[in-house]
Every structure is written in structure tokens, then in C-alpha cells.
Design a binder for this molecule. Structure first.
Ligand SMILES: Cc1cc2nc3c(=O)[nH]c(=O)nc-3n(C[C@H](O)[C@H](O)[C@H](O)COP(=O)(O)OP(=O)(O)OC[C@H]3O[C@@H](n4cnc5c(N)ncnc54)[C@H](O)[C@@H]3O)c2cc1C
Length: 582
């Protein structure tokens, strides 16, 4: 169903069971849960799907080792269960992540940990080997029955420096344990969306749209691209706008009915660094370390580069957050502390990103100590409108269980029964995931006529969805694009089937072109030409889109047009070398 059909449908029958506001991972999750139970549900996302915090996470799918020191045991247990489900249900995007913690002390943190646990202090402090050992023992205990990954182990100083010689020589030992990471969280969000939309005609989702209060208790959905507006009469609203929850509530309730603030977000930023010495220094592990001030930072190999982060700063409005110079300096300083031998040049930062953690309102002065748990609460409107279920908090890792919790509360209100559980339901390209990957690739290559190298690339990018993409790609003449890994038919399919409305949807979220620092100006222009042809955009509209994308890339991600142009030349040089050596 395209946008026009969605708006026409609502015009003809404005009554819907549920309207979900917010298409981040939590909004998509509750939307999918409700859709699969046969509920007539409409999702309204103000920007693009997974463009807020759900594109800004550290890309860890984890229990949250450090939440143990805040006493959040049930959150850690739930997160570990969900982590393990994601390893099974989305193996194409979620994989094991060996994680090493450098230890600088033996005993420190014990007294502080006890004091904090008793609620007497919230200040962060250094964590010694004994405290880390206790945390990892709890981790192992909580996962002992499933045991999908190895248990933790400690290494002495010499053995640690033997394996990671670039680590700060002041270390005393290290601990290695296993968590998980997600390669393409934005694409996993789109797959949840597709799963929900496959449930039936009463399930609709629109990005670049807003829900507007037109009179007390009355609403309209406005298409922010065309300006069209249509009334909607939901029985219930779910506010899943994460860091925007209080701002969204201001737009949902007339003044006297507005609830008290529910959220107190903190901003976090990350850098993507292209430095071979750094990649080598990690030896395939995430380094989960404490900076000198006691803040936890991370770095791990990410799609051929290294992801480093993050900061934790209180903010009220997530709309325009970006990585500020001081944050970048802080992250680089923390890196210099843990790996003093590695020198990072500014031009090796190929991308940066920021987002706001949707944390429950808290007066805690130390941001790292704000509870990470999630909950839902109904706010009844005093002005005759539908009740609003607010989803507060929620890590990326727990999106499924949080969506399930919210959906169950909605179903209870609607007096409807749950039909399906999503706990063991594979997601998107994780369906029918092959045990024998080589055989799968050979079969799809033979069926589609594409080379096995090409099918392998598609498989890495889309999991078993690669079969559908390979068939589409092979069904008509295809042309290579300046980025040799992509072709015009592949991009066309993304445009047609994944609700792409702007160039940035494609370059920032449906593909990993920008985040990996692989995007060149020629490639951006080639993708824009394909998008313009599909959407029948005028030359003026194309120019507008190009300017919009370049501004976003510079302001939010620290990448300028000259850098993209320079990548044109690097790519041509690479192609020439490959052609000569071939
Ligand atoms: C720096 C950082 C690091 C993190 N690292 C991790 C990690 O490693 N692992 C982990 O599990 N979690 C991590 N998290 C947490 C995780 O990213 C978030 O908890 C999760 O993505 C929140 O999803 P959400 O859907 O609630 O919010 P968002 O993804 O922010 O979605 C909210 C959506 O609502 C939309 N919206 C806003 N207002 C309106 C409106 N009025 N109408 C319609 N739509 C609206 C926004 O455009 C947005 O798309 C991290 C978060 C941050 C910021």
C-alpha cells in the first residue's frame, strides 16, 4: 500500500483500533505485535523509521553488565533472554561479540559497589577484578541453561598484553566474555515493519507524517511530504516516541489534560574510525573499558572499520542532537588512554552519530546511574479522547519483550486475545537461515543466474531475503553502480518495497553506505538518479534532495562534500589497480 492509498483508506474509514506514534524499534515492535494479533493498527512516524535512537545505539545486543551494579538484575536477565532470542531469530544481523575488559585494579570498586547497592552513593568509581569477576559470574549464571556462547575467562597481564600488545601497559589483567552485536539495526527495523504489514489490509504504516490534535480529543494524520491531512478516530493511542515522549504528549493532549514529564534522556555519540592499526589491535574483540573518569566506553570492529563510543549527557530535545567537538575529543582521549600506542588522525573519523537514550525521568546527577528498565503507563484524556499508552525507557536489545508488554496492555483494553507469540518468530532475512551457507549460495546463484560472489554479497547484506533480491535483480537488465558492491536493480527494489521517501533513507538507513565511510559523491548521485526516476522528481526536487542529504551528512555526521568527492578519486584509483592486476 503506498502513501496515497493509506491516506485514501483512512479518509473512507477513519476508525482504527490503535494508532502507534513513533517508528523507532520500540514503536515498530508494538506495531508488529498488534498487527500479528489481527488488530487494525496504523503507525505514524514523524521522520523515517529507525532514524532516532534506534539508529544511534552502540550496536550492542547485550545483557548490560554495568546495570548489575545499579541492582537491575531483572532487566539484565530479560536482556540476556532477548539477546539469545535475537541470536536465533535474526542470525543475519545479530552475531556473537567476544568482549574483553581490561582490568586496572584488583579490589577497587568493592566498597563503592556495596555502598551504591545500598543506595548511599551514585558516583561512578573504578571497577577492580573482583567486582568484574562477580558481574561476569552472574552473567554466566543467568545464561547457564541456554549456554549459546562460552563462559567468561580471566587472563593475567602478560597473556593479555601478548594478545593485545597495544593495550595500556598499566593493566593488571583482563576478562573476556561474550555478548552480541547488531550489524544493521535500521534494516532489522524495516524487517519488523514488513512482518507487520504482511498481516493484513487493516495494518498500515506511514513515515514522514504527524498526528495532530485538531480539537480536544480529536486527531488528524498529516502527511508532511504532500501536506494532505485526514481525520483519524483511534480507540487507543500508543506513544512510542522514545526521547520525544513528553514533546509528543504536548501535541496529544489539550493543556489541562497533559501528563507530567515521563522522560529524562541522555545523549550519546559515537565515531566510526578507519585505521588499520586500530582494527588489528582489537584482534576481533570488543574492548569494553573504563575511561579515567570511571565512564564505560566501548570499541569494536564494525563492518571493516571500528566503532568507538560513547558519551552520556542530559538533553531535553532529541530533534537536533549531533556529536559536538568536546564529545569527539572525549572519545578520542578515552581511546588514547586504553590504546596509547594508536594514533588517530581526524580524517580517519569517517562518520559520527548521536542519539538520545529514552530513559525514565530521574533526578540522579550521574547519568550512568539512571535506571535502564522500561515500563508502560496509560494516560487517560480528560477531554473525551482515546487513552494513550506511553512506552517509557527500553533498550534496543529488549525491543521484542517491551513491544509484547505494551501490546498485552493494549489487547486487555480492547478485550482481545493474543493469537501469536513472537518469542521464537524469525525476523526477515533470518527466516529459514541455512546451516550450510555455501550450499544455499550455490543454489540461489544457480536459480537466479547471478554469480556466487554476488549472491554472497546479497546474503551478507540481507540474509535469506537475498533470494528475493537476487530473483528481482536477475529478472531485467541490471547496471553496476559506482560502488561496485551495489547494482541499480537492488537499489530500485529497496525504493519500491521499503517506504523510501528521501535520499537519506537509502544512504543512511536502508544501506550501510554512509556509516561505513564507503559513500562517494558519484555513488550518492547515482542513487539519487534512480530515486528521482522512480518518484518522477523534477530537476528542482532532485537538487533539493541532494542539498538536504549533504546538509544532514555534514551537520549530523561530520562528513563534508569534499570528503565524498575525494572518495570518487580513491574509488577510480582502486578500480584501475584492480583492472591492471586482473
Ligand atoms: C548513544 C546510545 C547508545 C545506545 N546503545 C545501545 C546498545 O548498544 N544496545 C541497546 O540495546 N540499546 C542501546 N541504546 C538504547 C536504544 O538505542 C534505545 O533505547 C532504542 O533505540 C529506543 O527506541 P525507541 O523506538 O523507543 O526510540 P527512537 O528510536 O528514538 O524512536 C522514536 C521515534 O519517534 C519518532 N517521533 C518523535 N515524535 C513523534 C511524533 N510526534 N509523532 C510520530 N513520531 C514521532 C521519532 O522520529 C523516532 O523515530 C543506546 C542509545 C543511545 C542513544
Amino acid at each position: 500500500m503506498n502513501r496515497e492509498e493509506i491516506f485514501d483508506g483512512l479518509r473512507q474509514s477513519p476508525k482504527v483500533d490503535v494508532c502507534v506514534l513513533g517508528g523507532g524499534i520500540n514503536g515498530l515492535s508494538v506495531f508488529r505485535e498488534l498487527a500479528l494479533q489481527g488488530v487494525n493498527v496504523v503507525l505514524v512516524e514523524k521522520h523515517d523509521f529507525c532514524s532516532g535512537a534506534s539508529a544511534a545505539l552502540s550496536r550492542m545486543v547485550h545483557g548490560g553488565l554495568r546495570y548489575l551494579e545499579n541492582g537491575e538484575f531483572s532487566l539484565v536477565r530479560e536482556s540476556l533472554v532477548e539477546r539469545d532470542r535475537l541470536l536465533r531469530n535474526a542470525p543475519h544481523y545479530v552475531g556473537p561479540l567476544p568482549t574483553t575488559v581490561p582490568v586496572f585494579d584488583f579490589f577497587s570498586g568493592i566498597a563503592n559497589g556495596a555502598v551504591r547497592f545500598l543506595g548511599l552513593s551514585r558516583r561512578p568509581s573504578r571497577r577492580g577484578a573482583v567486582v568484574i569477576k562477580a558481574g561476569l559470574a552472574i552473567y554466566d549464571f543467568l545464561t547457564r541453561k541456554r549456554a549459546l556462547m562460552p563462559r567468561h575467562e580471566f587472563r593475567g597481564r602478560r597473556s593479555t598484553l601478548g594478545r593485545w600488545p597495544a593495550l595500556n601497559p598499566a593493566i593488571k589483567s583482563s576478562a573476556t566474555y561474550y555478548d552480541a552485536w547488531v550489524s544493521q539495526p535500521e534494516r532489522l527495523g524495516v524487517e519488523l515493519l514488513e512482518d507487520a504489514l504482511s498481516a493484513g489490509a487493516g495494518v498500515r504504516a506511514v513515515n514522514y507524517a504527524e498526528l495532530r490534535l485538531t480539537a480536544p480529543g480529536r486527531y488528524a494524520v498529516r502527511d508532511t511530504i504532500s501536506g494532505a491531512e485526514v481525520s483519524i478516530e483511534p480507540t487507543l493511542i500508543v506513544n512510542a516516541t522514545g526521547g520525544w515522549i513528553d514533546i509528543a504528549n504536548q501535541g496529544l493532549f489539550s493543556e489541562p489534560a497533559r501528563p507530567a514529564p515521563l522522560m529524562g534522556g541522555t545523549k550519546g555519540s559515537h565515531l566510526i574510525v578507519d585505521n588499520d592499526d586500530l582494527t588489528r589491535a582489537l584482534d576481533g574483540h570488543m574492548i569494553y573499558y573504563e575511561n579515567e573518569d570511571g565512564r564505560i566506553c566501548i570499541l569494536f570492529p564494525y563492518l571493516g572499520k571500528v566503532l568507538v563510543g560513547s558519551t552520556d549527557i542530559r538533553v531535553d530535545d532529541p530533534e537536533t542532537v549531533r556529536c559536538e567537538t568536546e564529545e569527539r575529543d572525549y572519545i578520542l582521549q578515552s581511546l588514547a588512554f586504553v590504546l596509547p600506542a594508536i594514533k588517530i588522525r581526524t580524517e580517519e573519523i569517517v562518520f559520527q552519530f548521536s542519539g538520545v537514550r529514552p530513559l525514565p525521568a530521574s533526578k540522579d546527577s550521574f547519568t550512568g546511574r539512571i535506571p535502564r528498565d522500561h515500563y508502560c503507563t496509560f494516560v487517560e484524556t480528560a477531554d473525551g479522547g482515546p487513552p494513550v499508552l506511553c512506552m517509557i525507557g527500553g533498550k534496543w536489545t529488549t525491543f521484542r519483550s517491551f513491544g509484547e508488554l505494551a501490546a498485552d496492555q493494549v489487547l486487555e483494553r480492547l478485550a482481545r486475545a493474543r493469537r501469536i507469540s513472537t518469542s521464537e518468530r524469525p525476523i526477515g532475512g533470518g527466516r529459514d537461515f541455512p546451516a550450510d551457507r555455501e550450499a544455499w549460495i550455490a543454489r540461489v546463484a544457480a536459480a537466479s543466474g547471478l554469480s556466487s560472489e554476488r549472491v554472497e554479497t546479497l546474503f551478507k547484506r540481507y540474509g535469506t531475503d537475498a533470494e528475493r533480491i537476487a530473483a528481482f535483480t536477475a529478472a531485467a537488465p541490471d547496471t553496476p553502480l559506482p560502488h561496485a558492491g551495489y547494482s541499480s536493480r537492488e537499489i530500485q527494489l529497496l525504493i519500491r518495497s521499503e517506504k523510501v521517501e528521501h535520499l537519506d533513507d537509502l544512504l543512511l538507513r536502508r544501506t550501510t553506505l554512509a556509516i561505513t565511510g564507503e559513500l562517494s559523491l558519484d555513488m550518492a548521485d547515482a542513487v539519487l538518479a534512480l530515486l528521482a526516476a522512480e518518484k518522477r522528481w523534477s530537476a528542482a526536487r532532485q537538487a533539493q534532495e541532494r542539498a538536504r542529504f549533504l546538509t544532514l551528512l555534514l551537520e549530523r555526521h561530520g562528513v563534508d562534500e569534499d570528503t565524498l568527492s575525494a572518495r570518487n578519486e580513491q574509488r577510480s584509483a582502486l578500480c584501475e589497480t584492480t583492472a591492471r592486476s586482473g
